[in-house]
Ligand binder design. Structure first.
Ligand code: ACO
Length: 331
């Protein structure tokens, strides 16, 4: 495709629920320790929803913040894409529910199921809709309530997850703008889909008393295998966009990766030989919020003044599918 326009991230916002679950709270629930969780994952606490909160309840306030940051009103949007695997309902899409909450209708709204890279996949799609002139301002959200599909008897997984939403507006860039989404690469390796899976609740295994009893509506993960895939795939996705744009790692101002495990982030940093001061980390506060980790980290770093207009930012993610991807932007 020959791009008619450039796309850019024009605004960001995030929202996390008030309730906090600390490592010490988890010590009281399962056989684990604060020390094990901190040293093996880098996590200290995570935000979790109350029973009455669903994905769109987090996505809505995050979206309002992103619109405000972009200096736009909801009526300026012409598409909504939500990356999620824990939407309000199996159907309709959370994007349609969000569209109603924003008081909007009559334009495309859809969800993208790509595991943790859900926001990154959605940003890649939005970029193309803006570049070909079909849309001008797309709301792209990563939102997840993984704590409602977590097995709190499984210490291998239940310590990892938190809830949250990160929202971005992907807009058409003016010709004088230095800000733009420079490049993006997404891929999947479905041969290993069973390594990270919510087995029941779909057409393969509809809900039954048996499926609930066996906890099959919760997340099953083979952590060690995912760990290896994570480092390899994110390194490869970053390498592809850096090579394609004739950049080496010293030109990158900031690296924002999926916040799944501090040891994965460090291993990737070492493999890429990037200065550790350039790597954005907030895993200690939020845990793994799946598709929300990157847009939350991006928004936090912008609002704190760490990331500034004009900075070159490389993002990378991996997750269920197994999927992976990278996104290179100048803010
Ligand atoms: N507390 C105490 N001990 C524990 C805990 C816990 N919470 N969990 C596991 N252990 C034990 C294990 O039972 C094992 O004990 P054993 O040696 O007696 O058998 C020991 O600790 C080591 O277990 P490992 O699985 O080898 O631990 P590891 O260092 O690999 O860490 C972890 C596990 C944190 C899950 C890691 O593998 C990981 O982060 N993997 C990647 C996860 C990920 O990124 N997932 C993708 C995103 S999620 C999504 O897309 C929805």
């Amino acid at each position: 495709m020959i791009a008619k326009y450039n796309a850019k991230i024009s605004g960001t916002g995030h929202y996390v629920p008030d309730k906090i679950l600390t490592n010490f709270d988890l010590e009281k629930m399962i056989d684990t320790t604060d020390e094990w969780i901190r040293t093996r994952t880098g996590m200290v606490e995570r935000h979790v929803v109350t029973e009455d909160q669903a994905a769109s309840d987090l996505a809505y306030p995050a979206s309002l913040k992103a619109l405000e940051a972009a200096n736009l009103k909801p009526k300026d949007l012409d598409m909504i894409i939500v990356g999620t695997i824990s939407g309000d309902h199996p159907f309709p899409s959370t994007a349609c529910i969000l569209q109603k909450k924003l008081g909007l209708k009559n334009f495309p709204a859809f969800d993208v199921s790509a595991g943790c890279p859900g926001w990154l996949y959605s940003a890649n799609i939005a970029k193309q809709f803006v570049e070909n002139g079909v849309a001008k301002n797309i709301l792209v959200v990563g939102v997840e309530i993984l704590t409602k599909i977590t097995n709190y008897n499984d210490r291998n997984t239940c310590i990892l997850f938190g809830d949250g939403a990160g929202a971005t507006i992907i807009s058409r860039a003016e010709s004088k703008d230095i800000s733009r989404i420079i490049d993006s690469e997404i891929t999947a390796d479905g041969t290993h889909y069973e390594l990270l899976i919510q087995e029941a609740g779909g057409s393969r295994m509809p809900a039954s008393k048996e499926s609930v009893k066996k906890n099959l509506h919760t997340c099953y993960m083979e952590g060690n295998k995912i760990f290896k895939f994570a480092v390899k795939s994110m390194d490869s996705m970053c390498d592809i966009v850096m090579k394609r744009n004739k950049l080496d790692v010293t030109s990158i101002d900031w690296l924002i990766t999926h916040q799944a495990n501090m040891r994965i982030i460090e291993a990737l940093g070492r493999k890429m030989r990037i200065d550790s001061n350039k790597v954005i980390v907030n895993i200690e506060k939020y845990g793994n919020t799946s598709s929300a980790t990157i847009p939350i980290a991006l928004d936090e770093a912008i609002r704190s003044g760490k990331i500034r207009h004009g900075d070159l930012i490389l993002m990378a993610s991996f997750g269920a599918g197994l999927t992976s991807g990278s996104l290179l932007i100048r803010l």
